[in-house]
Design a protein around this ligand. Structure first.
Ligand code: AQP
Length: 333
């Protein structure tokens, strides 16, 4: 059994992008791997979060993960800030990673925008914390969306540099698991931009908590072009919105884009959007209902997360203790 790690930020309501690109792929891994999943609140505060909202969103994210099929008995599910070892290893990694490596990270450039000087230092070193999240468990497989590929390459660079600098074979190589036709779901308003939970426009995304009418309205309003759907995938060239909507229908119905085009190619977007909205509502409504049910008992949710944090700490503590020893820190006791 390999050890799998992945995380998600409680920086808003999880989106269809988070679900199709990541969360949905986490579920089957619970039964085939040792799976560790984390609500990464320390990553979330790299951009401003209102404290009360952050607490609410952290519980909401945990509820969403369970509602999507994660079972705290079959995986380790917890909140990042409850396991101190993440922060401790991240500091060591801040001293291993090179500025030149961080300068190449496109997510920082996307999130910092034009005013990089005003961004938090945390946003800049976000990939070092992400590397620590994974390496602190010696996890070797990381199921993520396509947007995180560059960060995983950096995590491998950090692990290898640590091993090389200290002459050890301590951190293993990480393998990204980037799966499915919807590894990158795009914004409903701009097919060249990824769907994000913190996008200022709520119309750009489907939230896992959206009700049936909201989903139908957002899909009806989704940007398209005047042409009918192509018959083949080659017809997606310069049509990112068409590619995105077809990809979403394929992913949600468990098929391939070419099969969607076999059925809907040549159709206008009107009829296609109705089919897509119906499929999304059928798939997402039970998840939203289960989230609501779970959030009615926050004490039970918190208790499950605390058990998860204890189990995670048991794995992480000896690994971070060994890392401390390797870099030459005196034993603390
Ligand atoms: N649009 C997407 N398509 C496919 N996968 C996606 N993921 C995010 N957006 C898409 C995957 O979701 C997982 C959790 O992501 P995250 O919350 O840690 O951070 P993120 O990638 O920055 O996600 P968001 O929704 O865009 O959050 P904000 O707006 O707060 O930055 C990751 O595996 C990611 O690949």
């Amino acid at each position: 059994m390999s050890r799998v790690f992945s995380g998600i930020q409680p920086s808003g309501v999880p989106t269809l992008g988070n679900y199709l690109g990541a969360i949905r792929n986490w579920v089957p891994l619970q039964d085939t791997q040792e799976a560790i999943y984390c609500v990464v609140d320390m990553h979330a505060i790299t951009v401003w979060q209102d404290p009360a909202e952050l607490r609410r969103q952290t519980r909401e994210m945990a509820a969403a993960l369970i509602a999507c099929g994660l079972d705290p008995k079959r995986c380790i599910l917890f909140v990042q800030s409850h396991v101190r070892a993440h922060a401790e290893l991240a500091w060591i990694f801040n001293c291993v990673a090179r500025l030149g490596w961080l300068n190449r990270m496109t997510q920082f450039k996307d999130k910092a925008g034009k005013n990089q000087e005003a961004s938090s230092a945390g946003l800049y070193v976000y990939p070092n914390l992400m590397a620590a999240d994974i390496h602190v468990y010696h996890a070797t497989k990381v199921p993520v969306g396509d947007d995180q590929k560059q960060h995983l390459e950096l995590a491998n660079d950090i692990g290898q540099k640590f091993n090389h600098d200290y002459g050890v074979d301590f951190f293993p190589t990480i393998e990204p698991l980037i799966q499915g036709v919807a590894a990158r779901v795009m914004s409903l308003r701009d097919g060249t931009k990824k769907m994000s939970k913190s996008d200022p426009s709520d119309q750009s995304r489907i939230n896992l908590t959206d009700d049936a009418d909201t989903i139908a309205l957002k899909i009806r309003r989704a940007k398209t072009d005047p042409e009918p759907l192509p018959e083949h995938q080659s017809g997606f060239e310069n049509r990112p919105e068409a590619r995105n909507l077809v990809g979403i229908l394929a992913a949600i119905t468990g098929t391939l884009p070419e099969n969607v085009l076999r059925e809907h190619g040549g159709q206008g977007f009107g009829a296609f959007k109705n089919t897509l909205a119906d499929a999304l509502v059928a798939h997402l409504s039970p998840i939203a209902a289960e989230m609501t049910r779970l959030l009615e008992d926050p004490a039970a949710l918190d208790a499950a997360l605390r058990i998860g944090a204890d189990r995670a700490s048991e794995i992480a503590e000896p690994i971070v203790a060994k890392a401390r020893d390797i870099v030459g820190f005196l034993p603390s006791r």
